[in-house]
Design a protein around this ligand. Structure first.
Ligand SMILES: [Zn+2]
Length: 360
């Protein structure tokens, strides 16, 4: 059984008050609108293996597990004043506080229902995204850190103390998530992200964690214009560490902005990658954690691409054949990044060999 976390508010509220091509304009309610209408059109919800789940209503004290009171109050105040702009890139509207709170509620239920094994896997179709958000401020279109808050809720409210792996496939490095768990040996953070080799800033391969968490923060940066083959090269190391770490739960920070038509990311993936990636992770999850997987939406801004990316994940979870949409006829495969990717893999393996027996 797959639970899809839905709520029409994500498809209609917190509309960016800016036109294209302003960066903030892409984190739009139309993203969820396009996914939900597509899933309805293909009659996905008639499938008995799929259930709709609505976000849990949460108390503000849960947000405070991961964010400072001052920051929570400032979002609340900006929302009540009708909106504003935070850090020059996080837009706030009158709906932001309530919707960002609901996004946490959607993430919590997506994870809780998987842990309770009421469902096998979940996909939370929520927004605004969360993986850049830090304890004291929002960043990069993210308001509250949905995944970090949910993990802290599991730890502190549910006393869930088992190991958790986060795999972040958003085009961008999830600096917020990395920081929350940088010294935590019970949370493995593995991020595959586009790395701008001209103006790189953070998300390097040698950011490995600190203290007891050393070796549990793993960055797999890939160059701009990476293709399906390049992206899928990350699975080899990912599989080794997952099988050795043996988490009880795997959370996917599911950003789909490496998609070739995405207006923000610069990679050239098609749904083939998301289908293959999900199938590979599902196989590993079946072996190590009773297939407990929660996909939490992060980025993904192509209104044509996002619905089919989500669909390709669902098809892989259902273990059904997947046919790429006809508009993915373009073939981006080339070998130009191959040597760079293999260099990154070798360097990363050398670093990880100090912390993982399965890598040497
Ligand atoms: Zn992103």
């Amino acid at each position: 059984m797959i639970g899809i976390i839905v709520d029409e508010d994500f498809a209609s509220k917190n509309v960016p008050p800016y036109p294209h091509p302003i960066f903030a304009s892409y984190e739009s309610s139309l993203r969820i609108h396009s996914v939900l209408r597509f899933l309805e059109k293909i009659k996905l919800f008639d499938d008995k293996r799929i259930i709709k789940i609505y976000p849990k209503s949460i108390d503000e004290s849960i947000i405070a597990l991961a964010h400072t009171k001052y920051y929570i109050d400032s979002i609340k105040r900006l929302s009540s004043l009708g909106g504003g702009l935070l850090n020059e890139e996080v837009f706030i509207t009158e709906d932001t506080f309530q919707l960002a709170k609901k996004a946490i509620g959607g993430t919590i239920i997506a994870i809780e229902e998987v842990i309770n094994q009421r469902i096998n896997q979940s996909i939370a179709l929520i927004r605004p995204p969360g993986h850049h958000a830090l304890r004291e401020t929002g960043s990069g279109l993210c308001v509250f850190n949905n995944i970090a808050t949910s993990i802290l809720y599991l730890r502190e409210e549910l006393k869930y103390d088992k190991k958790i792996a986060i795999i972040d496939i958003d085009n961008h490095f999830g600096d917020g998530l990395a920081q929350y768990f940088y010294d935590d040996p019970t949370v493995l953070y593995f991020s595959i992200h586009e790395y701008d080799f001209m103006e790189g800033e953070i998300g390097f391969i040698d950011e490995l964690g600190t203290g007891e968490g050393l070796g549990k923060n793993i960055n797999f940066p890939i160059p701009s214009n990476s293709t399906n083959d390049d992206f899928l090269e990350s699975i080899e190391i990912l599989e080794l560490v997952l099988r050795e770490f043996k988490p009880d739960l795997i959370i996917i920070a599911a950003g789909f902005d490496m998609y070739f038509a995405d207006p923000i990311g610069n990679c050239l993936l098609t749904t083939f990658s998301y289908y293959k990636f999900t199938a590979a992770i599902l196989k590993i999850a079946e072996d190590i954690c009773e297939s407990k997987l929660a996909f939490i939406l992060e980025g993904g801004y192509s209104l044509l691409g996002l619905p089919v990316c989500v669909h390709s994940v669902i098809k892989a979870l259902l273990k059904e054949k997947y046919e790429q949409p006809s508009f993915e006829y373009l073939d981006f495969s080339d070998n130009s990044k191959k040597s760079e990717i293999s260099k990154i893999k070798t360097m990363l393996k050398n670093l990880l060999a100090n912390y993982w027996d399965s890598i040497g």
